[in-house]
Write a protein that binds this ligand. Structure first.
Ligand code: NAD
Length: 479
């Protein structure tokens, strides 16, 4: 099968990509540019028929790709990386319009696409051989077939390709469903990929939440790779159970950051602020609770406040902004609720205003709540916005228990000059990724997944490849 070659990539027209072709619809919706509140371009709302057609095309493309040697699959993926570079600027601009994130951070997300694919192409698929007197056991891993990736709105491009790269490398076909809030870069990246991959191998069908549910129910989809909220993750698992689909659930988090008393306060406080407010707090593994040793609490918080006041919030191309807006009106209202609740309960705003100023875009100034109680909403729930609580601690066992006292377990951070001691604390935290002396920086080099309600399974890195594969053991007895 040869690639389908959608030529003439345009950045102001958007299509679903089914069987190697652009597919529109009379039924369209729009994302909203969160910096301006204005509608972005129309995009087709994928129907169940579009999904069924995509699954049929994927079923045709899969066996050929599965039987393509791994080295050849890597070669194709790497050729795509070379070609992709010419679209970098257009994709950055598009990502800015759909998410509102500052241009330099949009550039990091677009740049991560090549990084993700190249790193995955450096991996080999695990295999194992065991010999004994009577037999040899070959443990091999085979692709699942047709996979689907359901994507949230906070990192619409890298989270799409973060599923496409391992799925294709391991020999699967994959259909991506972008979030209705941010359909643009995901659809466009898959359109660009058509130049290199056979029709049906990598497809995108954007639509509403119902389309996601239809994917989970589809009898010929073997796996759902889902990234999104815990509430939706539970629905995904329930619907997928009917066909015993494999699921990977990458869900929400309420990451704790523990600050040990020996830190360099001036150096670490701004870093901790960045961990909390990166992407305006709209990061699954952002720092969402900050525990500072009581001996340095006051000074550390003051440094955090000083740095936070220097953080500029605004339009993607406007000045040296570090933060953009909340991505969509629904999330904007949710985050404002945390402000209203903190104000109503009389919590202390160390920096930031209890009343969110309204304007054209969905902007919120980064805000720190000083020492709210353990049962406050801002401690117990994930705001997914630029508001974070700090609390003091004095006893290490107690603060570890406090950090672990949540149904979530995605990421965590520990900060301390004594790296050995900080690493020991890290090993006692119930989370999928724990960062010592860094804020949360997920990487394609390592599996990313959550403990407890933050998810099931994980993807990326060598271990993550197994999420797209079945184990098959060949038991060969000596004749
Ligand atoms: P969401 O759960 O509302 O939506 C995610 C995707 O699921 C969207 O594409 C949506 O259309 C689809 N969907 C909705 N209902 C569905 C259903 N019943 N069946 C199948 N699909 C359905 O999440 P969101 O608001 O887009 O994203 C924010 C959440 O995602 C936060 O909680 C954040 O922590 C989490 N997140 C997790 C990770 C991670 O890797 N763990 C990464 C980014 C975001």
């Amino acid at each position: 099968m040869s690639p389908s070659k959608v030529s003439n990539i345009e950045f102001d027209k958007f299509y679903n990509i089914v069987d190697g072709k652009q597919r529109g619809s009379d039924n369209v919706h729009h994302g909203i540019n969160p910096s301006t509140g204005q509608e972005n371009w129309p995009v087709p709302i994928g129907s169940e028929q579009d999904l069924n057609d995509a699954v049929e095309a994927a079923k045709k493309a899969f066996p050929v790709w599965r039987d393509t040697p791994l080295e050849k699959r890597k070669e194709t993926l790497l050729k795509f990386c070379d070609y992709f570079g010419q679209f970098t600027d257009d994709l950055i601009t598009l990502l800015c319009k759909e998410t509102g994130k500052p241009r330099k951070f949009a550039a990091i997300e677009v740049g991560a696409i090549v990084g993700f694919i190249q790193y995955h192409c450096s991996l080999d698929i695990p295999e194992e051989r065991i010999d004994d007197d009577e037999k040899t056991l070959y443990t091999e891993y085979t692709p699942l077939g047709v996979c689907a990736g359901i994507i949230p709105w906070n990192f619409p491009l890298v989270l799409s390709i973060g599923k496409v790269a391992p799925a294709l490398l391991t020999g699967n076909a994959i259909i991506i469903k972008p979030s209705p809030f941010t359909p643009y870069t995901g659809l466009k990246a898959v359109e660009i990929m058509q130049e290199f991959f056979a029709p049906g191998l990598v497809q995108a069908v954007g639509g509403n939440n119902e389309l996601g549910a239809q994917m989970c129910a589809h009898p010929d989809i073997a796996k759902i790779s889902f990234t999104g909220s815990i509430a939706t993750g539970k629905k995904v698992m329930e619907t997928s159970a009917k066909t015993l689909k494999r699921v990977t659930l990458e869900l929400g988090g309420n990451d704790a950051s523990i600050i040990l008393p020996d830190v360099d306060i001036k150096k670490v406080a701004p870093e901790v602020v960045m961990g909390a407010f990166q992407n305006s707090g709209q990061v699954c593994a952002a720092t969402k609770r900050i525990y500072i040793h009581e001996s340095i609490y006051k000074e550390f918080l003051e440094e955090m406040v000083t740095f936070t006041k220097s953080v500029k919030v605004g339009n993607p191309d406007d000045g040296d902004n570090l933060l953009g807006p909340i991505q969509n009106p629904m999330q904007y209202e949710k985050v404002k609720d945390f402000f209203a609740d903190s104000k109503a309960k009389g919590y202390k705003f160390a920096v930031g205003e209890p009343d969110v100023a309204t304007g054209k875009g969905f902007f919120i100034q980064p805000t720190i709540i000083d020492n709210p109680p353990n049962d406050s909403r801002i401690i117990a729930e994930e705001p997914f916005g630029p508001i974070v609580p700090t609390q003091p601690w004095s006893d290490l066992d107690e603060v570890i228990a406090r950090a672990n006292d949540t149904k979530m377990g995605l990421g965590a951070c520990v900060w301390g000059k004594d790296v050995e001691k900080a690493s020991q604390v890290a090993r006692r935290l119930e989370a999928g990724s724990v960062f010592v002396n860094s804020w949360e920086k997920p990487t394609p080099q390592a599996i990313f997944g959550g403990h407890k309600e933050s998810g099931i399974g994980g993807e990326w890195g060598k271990t993550g490849l197994l999420a797209f594969m079945n184990a098959r053991v060949i038991h060969v007895y000596k004749s």
